[in-house]
Design a protein around this ligand. Structure first.
Ligand SMILES: CC(C)(COP(=O)(O)OP(=O)(O)OC[C@H]1O[C@@H](n2cnc3c(N)ncnc32)[C@H](O)[C@@H]1OP(=O)(O)O)[C@@H](O)C(=O)NCCC(=O)NCCS
Length: 326
């Protein structure tokens, strides 16, 4: 059986930093509240010229360079995003064109904050079965374009960012050891954008009602997040016959530092084995885990042979976990 590993990683972050103090000028909030309730101090915001696909191509090139591969080596591009350049065509098509990746299979995946782990899981199936040799999985979000800067419950949380991983075959014993992904549509209205789709097409009324922006029930999500992250992480470890103590690094989706801390405690993973960049980057939805991965790989925090557990949850609601040996 072919094993799938991550051969290269890359990220692309907009330069503009938006601090909590900047947001204090827009909505009734404070640096103290945001820091204490979420752990976030600042986040990035894309310039008008930057789009999901342009940043994705940049992140993809960085990941391909680390892997020592060219865009034409790719058999598959999966772009996980809920903030595409436009409804049609897929952002993956635009990325493929921008990279010059020939005519390989390329599609978008909408699983919100769990999207990168959904993407890894799907790409793993392509590679394991021999349908693809090399795949580019991208987590890409420009959520600032979907944020209501009059809604303090959401505009303080989310940020922009993109990161990519190149997947390919690795030696037995390394690579993805176990993965599990889930969706529970019963909670679909916990985090959603009401208008702009077939249910409520764009109109003057939907724009005036600010219904093209993200709406969130933060409290309800918090509880679902902690429970599902704990359960799926524990199950994936069990599948691989690994105890929490054997993990070298736990990379949770960067949603809220209090969620990370609650899950860490329940799984009994020491603080020093948990990665967090939420204070600098905020919640970048599907880009959150691959940005962390790239930071860890490039800083030497991840070394060959390390066991990495990645777990995420998000709108849908979706959740999942992937265990990988580097
Ligand atoms: C959103 C979240 C940070 C809110 O934190 P919380 O501790 O649950 O806060 P609550 O929603 O209970 O609100 C507490 C109070 O703070 C207020 N508040 C909300 N946002 C605020 C802000 N940015 N600044 C100041 N006060 C704020 C609320 O209005 C409420 O005021 P009230 O008590 O007078 O009604 C938290 O629920 C959360 O992170 N949930 C998960 C969301 C998530 O992860 N979403 C992404 C999924 S990938």
């Amino acid at each position: 059986m072919i094993q799938t590993g991550i051969l290269g990683t890359g990220r692309a972050l907009p330069e503009k930093v938006v601090t909590n103090f900047d947001l204090e000028k827009l909505v009734d909030t404070s640096d103290k509240w945001i820091t204490e309730r979420t752990g976030i101090k600042e986040r990035r915001q894309a310039s008008p010229e930057e789009t999901t696909s342009t940043l994705s191509a940049q992140a993809g090139r960085n990941a391909l360079e680390m892997a020592g591969l060219s865009p034409l080596d790719l058999d598959l591009i999966i772009c996980s995003t809920i903030s595409p350049d436009m409804p049609l065509p897929s952002t993956a098509s635009l990325i493929q064109r921008e990279l010059g990746a020939g005519t390989c299979c390329a599609f978008d995946m909408a699983a919100a904050c769990s999207g990168f782990l959904f993407g890894l899981t799907v790409a793993d199936q392509f590679i394991k079965t021999g349908k693809a040799k090399y795949a580019l999985v991208i987590g890409a979000e420009l959520l600032s374009r979907y944020l209501d800067y009059q809604d303090r419950a959401t505009c303080v949380i989310f940020g922009d960012g993109v990161a990519a991983s190149v997947l390919g075959p690795v030696n037995t014993g390394a690579g993805i050891l176990a993965s599990e992904v889930h969706t529970n549509g019963t909670f679909a209205d916990h985090l959603f954008i009401p208008a702009g789709g077939t249910a409520r097409p764009a109109s003057c009324e939907t724009v005036q009602a600010r219904d093209h922006f993200i709406k969130m029930r933060g409290n309800e999500l918090f509880k679902v997040a902690v429970r599902s992250l704990e359960e799926v992480s524990a199950r994936v470890l069990e599948q691989a016959g690994i105890s929490p103590g054997e993990i070298d690094l736990f990379i949770p989706h960067q949603a809220n530092q209090r969620i990370t801390e609650a899950v860490r405690e329940r799984l009994n993973i020491p603080v020093e084995k948990v990665y967090s960049n939420i204070s600098r980057i905020g919640n970048t939805s599907s880009a959150s885990i691959p940005i962390c991965l790239d930071e860890c790989v490039r800083s030497g925090r991840i070394k060959k042979g390390d066991l990495i557990l990645m777990s995420a949850f998000g709108a849908g609601v979706t959740w999942g976990s992937v265990l990988i040996r580097w």
